[in-house]
Design a protein around this ligand. Structure first.
Ligand code: ADP
Ligand code: MG
Length: 342
């Protein structure tokens, strides 16, 4: 089972970590002055410092088996790519081995991870359509050693249609990934701990390939008015994939993104989501943050661009939660899927 802490053997990048001893952490926290809410800005800063002390240098548990997490929501702009790259970076920063598969023709995840994805760069397109091995395509991210990316270029925009006439069109990605993991093992290289697949905003063949590849689906939900619309369709699609192509597929995680605690609407959406998906929804919510939206223009995740910003802290906390609680089992969401959110 995932969640066992056997990560002591992992080497941490000393530049990125502070001493992590429990005593040090406790001492630092105890030394913090108490600040009440009469000075809101100071109180917020103090909260962020506490969160940083809690998170810095923490080693996250290494899952026993590779966890493959497909990040999907057919709505655009809900935070799929932002969530993919920042969770991946947060986990990799603690020494885990993480692969991001950019499965969206927009190539936004490739941009945020700083990997080359100009037209003509070998990419996920060649993997899906031309049977290219992932090993020949994958690129190491410049900022974090244990983070890799299979980039997407504009070529992928034709793949949805080209896939229709290709043999075993739904399982192309799975085969390529199985072959890659077997190759890593053969070559004595460390196994991947996490694989994230970033999906386009549709439920076409690219997303179907991503649903066949692993067990877990992570759905980012933006806390706004139409948030739950479309969720029924998404759950139905996941149910179909479950019955025909991948029995183990389930919604393991829901993350509330762009959350503005000051608005009633965000609070309502959040409580509705928590009611329907109690087991899956992470306690951590990701606030709206300028730093999060700026980071991709520097070819970075917010976790590397401004690690002490509230946006980075939220993703670091979400990554910690995701890894420490392990994968929520397939049964937990069945009841919810049967109930059908509308
Ligand atoms: P998707 O992949 O679902 O289409 P993105 O992750 O690309 O969504 O996010 C859509 C836009 O919102 C991007 O410009 C991104 O930078 C921005 N964004 C995402 N999350 C946040 C956040 N928490 N705060 C501010 N901007 C955000
Ligand atoms: Mg995206």
């Amino acid at each position: 089972m995932a969640g066992d802490n056997n990560s002591e053997s992992r080497e941490l990048d000393p530049a990125l970590t502070l001493p992590a001893a429990h005593d040090t952490r406790a001492e630092l926290l105890a030394a913090m002055p108490e600040i009440d809410d009469s000075t809101p800005l100071a109180a917020e800063l103090a909260r962020d410092v506490r969160r940083r002390i809690e998170l810095e240098g923490r080693t996250l548990p290494r899952p026993e088996q590779t966890r493959v997490i497909t990040v999907a929501n057919q709505k655009g702009g809900v935070g799929k790519t932002t969530t993919t790259v920042n969770l991946a970076a947060a986990l990799a920063r603690s020494g885990l081995h993480v692969l991001v598969i950019d499965n969206d023709p927009q190539g936004n995840a490739s941009t945020a991870l700083g990997v080359d994805h100009r037209a003509g760069t070998p990419s996920i397109y060649e993997v899906l359509i031309e049977d290219a091995p992932i090993a020949e395509i994958v690129q190491q991210c410049p900022d974090i050693d244990s983070l890799w990316c299979v980039p997407a270029t504009i070529d992928l925009s034709g793949a949805e249609i080209e896939l229709v006439s290709v043999v075993s069109r739904e399982t192309r990605l799975r085969r390529a990934l199985d072959a890659y993991m077997a190759q890593l093992e053969r070559e004595g290289k460390p196994p991947l701990d996490y694989i994230f697949v970033d999906c386009p905003p549709s439920l076409g063949l690219l997303t179907v390939n991503a649903f066949v590849v692993g067990r877990e689906v992570l759905i980012p939900i933006q806390c706004e008015y139409y948030a739950l619309e479309g969720l029924t369709q998404l759950l139905k699609t996941i149910g179909l994939i479950q019955s025909h192509l991948n029995p183990e597929l389930h919604v393991s995680t829901i993350l509330l993104t762009m959350y503005d605690a000051r608005t009633n609407l965000a609070q309502q959406v959040a409580s509705e989501v928590r009611e329907h998906f109690a087991a899956q929804t992470l306690r951590t919510t990701v606030p709206r943050s300028v730093r999060i939206s700026e980071a991709p223009s520097y070819g970075q995740t917010v976790v590397t661009y401004d690690p002490s910003s509230s946006g980075a802290l939220a993703y670091l906390e979400a990554a910690r939660e995701l890894s420490e609680r392990g994968p929520v089992t397939a049964g937990a969401d069945r009841a919810v899927q049967e109930e059908q959110v509308s």
